[in-house]
Design a protein around this ligand. Structure first.
Ligand SMILES: Nc1nc2c(ncn2[C@@H]2O[C@H](COP(=O)(O)OP(=O)(O)OP(=O)(O)O)[C@@H](O)[C@H]2O)c(=O)[nH]1
Ligand SMILES: [Mg+2]
Length: 395
C-alpha cells in the first residue's frame, strides 16, 4: 500500500473524492519498452493509475530493452538513471508499470534506497481505496494477502542484514513461519466468508431467473463510461469519475423498458490490460455475476486512441472469467467527442451488434433502449419455447 503522510496533495484535485484527504507520494514513473506497439497509450494509462492511487508523478524514466533484467528488471545503467531522477525530484517512491518479481523489487529497493511499487501492487492499492461493500473489502484483502505471501521473506532478510547478517535460521526465520501461519489462517477465513457471499449471490440469481427478468451487465475497460451510462439509463446515483477503477462494487437496478417490462441492469468493476491474476481470482464472485448475465453491454470509450487494445483486453478478461459466450452488444460511447452520429449497426443476420451513444449528452440512448427491448422480447420468446418443451410428459 502507498503510504499517505498527512500533507496537502497538490495534484489531488484530479484524483477524486479521496484525493483531498490524502497526501501524494512524490513518484518517479518507470516504463520500459519491450517492443509493444501501444507504448504511448500504456504510458498515459500509467499516469492515470498513479494519480488514481494518489501519487504525484514527477518524472518518467523510459528505456528500451529486449527482455527484463532478471536481477533488477531495468538493468544496471537504467537503475542508476532512475536513482538520479529520484534524487533530482526528491521522490519518495518509484512506480513500475510492470510486474516485478519479489527478488527484483528487493534489489531495486536496495539500489534506489526508496520504496518500489510494481503495477500489480498499484492496482491492488487503488482497489483497496475504492472498496466500499463488505464483500469488496474481503476480496481486496484476499488479493493483497496473496500478493504479500510471495513477498513475506523480503522484510526479514532486510532485517537480518541490519542485525549483522548472521543467523538466517534464527528468530527471524521463526517469525517468518509465524507470519506465514497467521497469513494462511486469515486467507482461509476470508475465503470462507467470501463463499458465504457467493452462496447468497447464487440464491439471488436463482430468484431472478425464476422471475424471468433479463439480466444485463455493463462491462468494459476502466473509464469507458459504464457508470455514467448506468446512471443515464436508471437515474441511479452511481459514482462516476475521471479516474481508473471508480467503481468496484456491483450495483444492480431494475429498469423499465417500454412495451417489455422490467430488466435488471448491473454496473460493475472495469477491466484493464494485464489484470493481476490474484485480483481476477479474488473477484471471482463479482465477475461470475457477469458471466451469468443474459446480455453484456460492452461499453467502449470510442474517443480513446487506445480503444482497439482496450476492447481486446476486455475480451481477454471475459474469456478468463468464462463469459466469452454471453451475447454482447458494443456500446460505442462518448460520441459527443468524436462527432459520430447516434444510431445502431446490425450484422448480416440482422442482429444489433453496436449502438453509438453519448452517455453524457443522452444521444442514442433511445436506440439503446430499443435494442434492450428487442433482446428482452427475444429472451422472453426463447423462454416460452423452452418452457413448452420442458413440460412434463403426462402420458
Ligand atoms: N465526453 C464524454 N465523457 C463521458 C461520457 N460517458 C462518460 N464520460 C466520462 O468518462 C469518465 C469515466 O466515466 P465512468 O462512468 O466513471 O466510467 P466507468 O466505465 O464506470 O469507469 P470505472 O468505474 O473506473 O471502470 C467520467 O469523467 C465521465 O464523465 C460521454 O458519453 N461523453
Ligand atoms: Mg464505474
Amino acid at each position: 500500500m502507498l503510504e499517505r503522510p498527512p500533507t496537502r496533495n497538490p495534484a489531488g484535485e484530479r484524483g477524486g473524492p479521496q484525493a483531498g484527504e490524502r497526501a501524494a507520494n512524490r513518484a518517479i514513473l518507470v516504463q520500459l519498452d519491450f517492443g509493444e506497439r501501444d507504448f504511448t497509450e500504456r504510458l498515459d494509462e500509467f499516469h492515470m493509475l498513479a494519480e488514481s492511487a494518489g501519487a504525484l508523478p514527477l518524472a518518467v524514466v523510459k528505456g528500451k530493452r529486449d527482455r527484463p533484467d532478471p536481477k533488477t528488471f531495468a538493468g544496471r545503467g537504467k537503475v542508476a538513471e532512475i536513482g538520479e531522477a529520484v534524487q533530482a525530484a526528491e521522490a519518495d517512491i518509484v512506480l513500475f508499470n510492470h510486474a516485478l518479481s519479489p527478488g527484483q523489487q528487493r534489489n531495486l529497493e536496495g539500489a534506489l534506497e526508496c520504496r518500489v511499487i510494481d503495477r500489480n501492487s498499484l492496482i491492488l492499492d487503488i482497489f483497496a481505496l475504492r472498496a466500499k461493500s463488505h464483500e469488496g473489502k474481503l476480496q481486496v484483502e484476499l488479493a493483497q494477502l496473496q500478493h504479500l505471501a510471495t513477498r513475506l521473506v523480503r522484510g526479514w532478510t532486510h532485517l537480518e542484514r541490519q542485525k549483522g547478517g548472521i543467523g538466517l535460521r534464527g528468530p527471524g526465520e521463526k517469525q517468518l513461519e509465524t507470519d506465514r501461519r497467521l497469513l494462511g489462517k486469515r486467507v482461509a477465513l476470508l475465503k470462507d466468508r467470501l463463499k458465504l457471499h457467493e452462496r447468497q449471490r447464487a440464491v439471488r440469481r436463482r430468484a431472478r431467473a425464476r422471475g424471468e427478468v433479463l439480466a444485463v451487465s455493463l462491462v468494459g475497460y476502466t473509464n469507458a463510461g459504464k457508470s455514467t451510462l448506468f446512471n443515464a439509463l436508471t437515474k441511479a446515483g452511481a459514482y462516476a469519475a475521471d479516474q481508473l477503477f471508480a467503481t468496484l462494487d456491483t450495483t444492480s437496478r431494475r429498469l423499465y423498458i417500454e412495451g417489455v417490462g422490467q430488466i435488471v441492469l448491473s454496473d460493475t468493476v472495469g477491466f484493464i490490460r494485464d489484470l493481476p491474476h490474484s485480483l481476477v481470482a479474488a473477484f471471482h464472485a463479482t465477475l461470475e455475476e457477469t458471466a451469468q448475465a443474459d446480455l453484456l453491454l460492452h461499453v467502449v470509450d470510442s474517443a480513446s486512441p487506445d480503444r482497439d487494445q482496450q476492447m481486446r483486453a476486455v475480451q481477454t478478461v471475459l474469456a478468463e472469467i468464462g463469459a466469452a459466450a454471453v451475447p454482447q452488444i458494443v456500446v460505442w460511447n462518448k460520441i459527443d467527442l468524436t462527432a459520430a452520429a447516434p444510431g445502431g449497426e446490425r450484422d448480416d443476420c440482422g442482429r444489433l451488434v453496436r449502438v453509438r451513444v453519448s452517455a453524457r449528452s443522452g444521444a442514442g440512448l433511445d436506440v439503446l433502449r430499443d435494442a434492450l427491448a428487442e433482446v428482452a422480447r427475444d429472451h422472453a420468446g426463447d423462454r416460452a419455447v423452452t418452457d413448452t418443451t420442458a413440460q412434463p410428459n403426462t402420458d
